[in-house]
Design a protein around this ligand. Structure first.
Ligand SMILES: [Zn+2]
Length: 256
């Protein structure tokens, strides 16, 4: 069976959630079949698009997904290079790629983060002193600065935004007084972040809305209003989930 036919039969299958997730699995299978080693170069976007009979945009999304899950590295201005060929096994076993980006898997990750972050924020609002407030304000200032620059849709600041977004949310829960809570929050955030990385590239930066969401979280925290902070956080985190679903809704009609 050639790759194109394989791809067609996959598309017609009932498990299809998103095209790029399917293609990512196909590329991972190709890496395994070819017994590729770390440092080996993947075929060009153009060749992969021809091989799977799909657009280059979909190939690009699939490679981003593989990058997020550690299978490939994409150095600036270079083609994708294999990083860890075994990442695909972990990815398949855990069903991470499909579970992490669509349907209930994504919702579950979002809910877990909401739970840990709203509780951490509540504790911080109750216990945090002026140092907590100062750290939060500083983290928000950096985040707002980078988000203002990203409004134009530029992708170049994405890594910096990722870091600043994490530092803001970390600062928010940093007054909770529990190292264990902080550790679990980071794990939930990182898992959620994988979804966001995919969503970001699928639908672009959410622009003004995300800026307002972060501001609402900050304002509620500084006003020591736990309820408003929890509502703002839930709205912020859920918005990623909704945007990801809007970008590529699950084709429920195809699921028998
Ligand atoms: Zn955020």
């Amino acid at each position: 069976m050639n790759h194109s036919k394989q791809y067609q039969s996959l598309v017609q299958g009932a498990e299809i959630k998103r095209l790029y997730a399917v293609v990512a699995r196909q590329i991972a299978a190709f890496v395994a079949e070819q017994d590729m080693k770390p440092g080996d170069r993947l075929p060009s976007e153009h060749k992969l698009a021809q091989q799977f009979n799909i657009s280059r945009a979909t190939v690009r999304e699939a490679i981003v997904a593989l990058e997020v899950f550690g299978l490939v590295d994409v150095p600036v201005n270079c083609g994708a290079v294999v990083l860890d060929p075994h990442a695909s096994t972990a990815l398949d076993q855990a069903g991470v790629l499909s579970a992490g980006v669509s349907g209930e898997g994504l919702e579950e990750v979002a809910r877990f983060r909401i739970l840990l972050e709203t509780d951490g924020a509540r504790q911080s609002i109750t216990n945090g002193g002026v140092d907590w407030e100062s750290a939060l304000v500083a983290a928000h200032h950096r985040l707002a600065h980078i988000e203002f620059r990203m409004k134009s849709g530029s992708m170049t600041n994405y890594e910096l935004w990722r870091q600043c977004d994490w530092e803001f949310h970390e600062a928010l829960v940093s007054g909770c007084g529990s190292a264990l809570h902080m550790k679990l929050h980071k794990a939930a955030f990182d898992q959620f972040r994988k979804v966001v990385a995919l969503e970001y590239r699928a639908v672009g930066f959410r622009g003004l809305r995300i800026i307002e969401e972060h501001k609402a979280i900050l304002d509620a925290a500084l006003a020591r209003d736990s309820e408003a902070c929890a509502v703002a956080l839930e709205r912020h985190i859920t918005a990623f989930f909704n945007a990801a679903n809007r970008a590529a809704p699950v084709n429920r009609a195809a699921v028998s």
